[in-house]
Design a protein around this ligand. Structure first.
Ligand SMILES: C[S@@+](CC[C@H](N)C(=O)[O-])C[C@H]1O[C@@H](n2cnc3c(N)ncnc32)[C@H](O)[C@@H]1O
Length: 587
């Protein structure tokens, strides 16, 4: 769902179920259409881009010169800065308006997904080695390197093809597992990085400037994992033969490829990679010189979109940003509680986040990590238990009402146990009553806004109104009220965590659509037509808000599918409203 830096650790169980239902409609490429390709002076289609920001194009140097006094006010509205704690980061050099494109840039390198899911590792559908179109393993192979391509005519980049052709290929009569053990597309991004030495020395130099955390990574699980998955795989199958080739050809295809360098590249990828989702649903991983410099904050102020064809990134202001403010994105799942986010950032990006949300035990009043206080044997308590020092992983948790204190180990144990219960339940397509049961059980210990509770409630709003027997028209008034109340609660949490819906656009859209559904049903049950129309107006306002929120997700598959759904919903609602007001006038 939501695109960002995360891989397998992003909680898939939080993916709105509705999106799965919508998985089959439109599929077309999306360009970063917000940029004009016309000369701003004469309106003629132009190719000569401003070399500084690359965001405006001119038909000739004369018009570029003429436009400069105007353009210089918005050209490259940010600068790079460095500090000891953050490393390199970006700062706004002028006030920026929400949604404004701050910059567009080409990738340094793009390649297949850096982490494959369990299913992908064994799937016979793989991305074409040349163009990433999904193709069936073994149907077409590149004539030279014998890697899977989508058609016999698809042309594979020649240097990569040469290196891959050094491999022996999978063992004869390999089953799918054997084939997948050989065709490991998740190692190709590293190979593409190595090839930059020869193909694009400037991009190679930019790559090597990126943060790798290579020292901190040594001896960690991630280091061991890439040693097996990438470093030894590439050496064993392809790179070990490069020396022999060099002797024959009297030139080196790649000058440096020793294991330490490959580990460093793996560190660079792990620290910086961004997920690019294509219209086909195929995910790629990319590195960008400037975009990857943006620092992390658990409440970001920027969002980004990708061009499907060129893989360019467009970074937008997610809200109004003042001159001097840092440009910030989020590297983790903002629906997780502070301890989980900290753990994830520490493990993959090697830093402790000290943003305003992480420092606030209530997490902006959202209470997504909070527990209920159970009191002691003598007295029950209605208080809330919160971490005393949220940045300390060993902190105690204290009740805000009574003297009760619990240890972190207890809280972590409880949450892990509950994670398992939630994941297990949601993986099995539960009914609303099964979700309600678990919700009731977890609610005895967790705050009503806790992230596990959020997850269950977000599932519930997509079951009331859809499940057989619980279609909107079949819901009792109480069930309809419950759906609406759950939507309100979820919306409130999203607003606290992400007031501009920068990271939670998909979640918020689903919530707003479900709110609109519940309101439409309430309007249906109104005998008083004027009142019904007022409720329908409210429903329409929710859909319009969803429309606005979803703009940030125009480039994602989920976003485009939801957008189509939304268009239909607005159309249907408008029809209903016209019919209602017609009835009112003729009554
Ligand atoms: C994607 S890179 C960002 C660019 C990096 N600062 C550089 O100099 O190349 C991510 C790394 O930047 C640093 N970083 C980013 N956001 C941070 C934050 N909020 N606090 C501390 N370090 C941060 C961490 O070292 C992290 O692993």
């Amino acid at each position: 769902m939501v695109r960002h830096w995360l891989h397998t650790l992003v909680d898939d169980t939080l993916m709105p179920k509705q999106l799965n239902l919508l998985k089959s409609s439109i599929d077309h490429g999306l360009r970063i259409g917000m940029l004009s390709h016309d000369c701003p002076v004469c309106g003629v289609a132009a190719t000569r881009a401003c070399t500084r920001c690359k965001m405006v194009r001119y038909c000739d140097g004369e018009h570029q010169k003429q436009h400069w006094p105007q353009h210089k006010k918005s050209c490259k509205p940010y600068r790079e800065a460095v500090d000891e704690q953050l490393g390199r980061y970006l700062v706004a050099t002028q006030d920026l308006k929400a949604k404004q494109i701050i910059f567009v840039e080409d990738p340094i390198v793009v390649g297949p997904k850096w982490y494959l899911s369990k299913t992908e590792k064994t799937s016979i559908i793989v991305p074409c080695v040349a163009c990433y179109t999904p193709c069936r393993l073994g149907k077409h192979l590149c004539r030279r390197c014998r890697w899977p391509v989508c058609s016999a005519n698809c042309v594979h980049e020649s240097l990569e093809c040469t290196v891959l052709s050094l491999g022996q290929g999978p063992a004869a009569k390999s089953d799918t597992r054997g084939l997948r053990n050989y065709y490991r597309e998740d190692a190709l991004l590293v190979l593409k990085c190595l090839l930059l030495q020869r193909q694009a020395p400037e991009r190679w130099a930019a790559l090597l400037q990126m943060q790798s955390h290579e020292e901190e990574r040594k001896g960690t699980e991630l280091h061991q994992e890439v040693e097996k998955r990438i470093v030894s795989y590439l050496h064993r199958n392809f790179l070990h033969r490069l020396n022999q080739v060099a002797k024959h050809c009297k030139e080196r295809l790649i000058s440096e490829y020793e294991p330490e360098l490959i580990h460093r590249i793996c560190g660079i990828i792990e620290t910086n990679y961004m997920v690019i989702e294509l219209a086909t649903g195929v995910e790629l991983s990319g590195l960008f010189r400037n975009a990857c410099m943006m620092e992390h904050d658990c409440q970001p102020n920027c969002y980004f979109q990708f061009d499907n064809l060129t893989h360019q990134i467009a970074v937008h202001a997610g809200c109004d940003i003042k001159k001097g403010e840092h440009l910030k994105i989020t590297y983790t799942n903002i629906l997780w509680g502070t301890h989980m986010r900290q753990h994830h950032l520490g493990m993959t990006k090697h830093f402790n986040c000290r943003c305003a949300r992480c420092l606030d035990p209530t997490e902006f009043g959202s209470y997504v990590s909070a527990l209920r206080c159970l009191g002691d044997v003598n007295k029950t308590c209605t208080g809330i238990q919160l971490p005393i020092d949220p940045l300390n992983e060993h902190t105690q948790w204290k009740c805000d009402t009574c003297p009760m204190v619990v240890e972190t180990a207890y809280v972590t144990g409880l949450q892990t146990h509950m994670s398992d219960d939630v994941e297990k339940l949601l993986a099995g397509r539960p009914t609303a009553s099964q979700v309600e049961l678990l919700l009731a059980r977890l609610s005895q210990m967790l705050h009503p806004n806790h992230f596990h509770i959020f997850n269950l409630k977000h599932t519930l709003i997509q079951l009331y109104g859809y499940e057989v027997g619980l279609e909107l028209a079949s819901l009792s008034d109480a069930q309809l009220d419950r759906k609406l109340r759950l939507c309100d609660e979820l919306y409130d949490i999203c607003q606290r965590l992400d007031p501009h819906s920068i990271k939670l656009a998909i979640y918020v859209t689903v919530i707003l659509i479900e709110m609109a559904h519940a309101l439409e049903q309430q309007a249906n049950r109104q005998s008083e037509q004027t009142q019904a129309l007022v409720i329908l107006e409210k429903a329409r306002a929710r859909l319009m808000e969803a429309h606005e929120v979803l703009e940030k997700e125009h480039d994602s598959v989920a976003g485009r599918k939801l957008y189509m759904k939304l268009q239909k919903e607005v159309f249907e609602l408008d029809k209903l409203m016209v019919a209602q007001s017609h009835d009112r006038h003729t009554a």
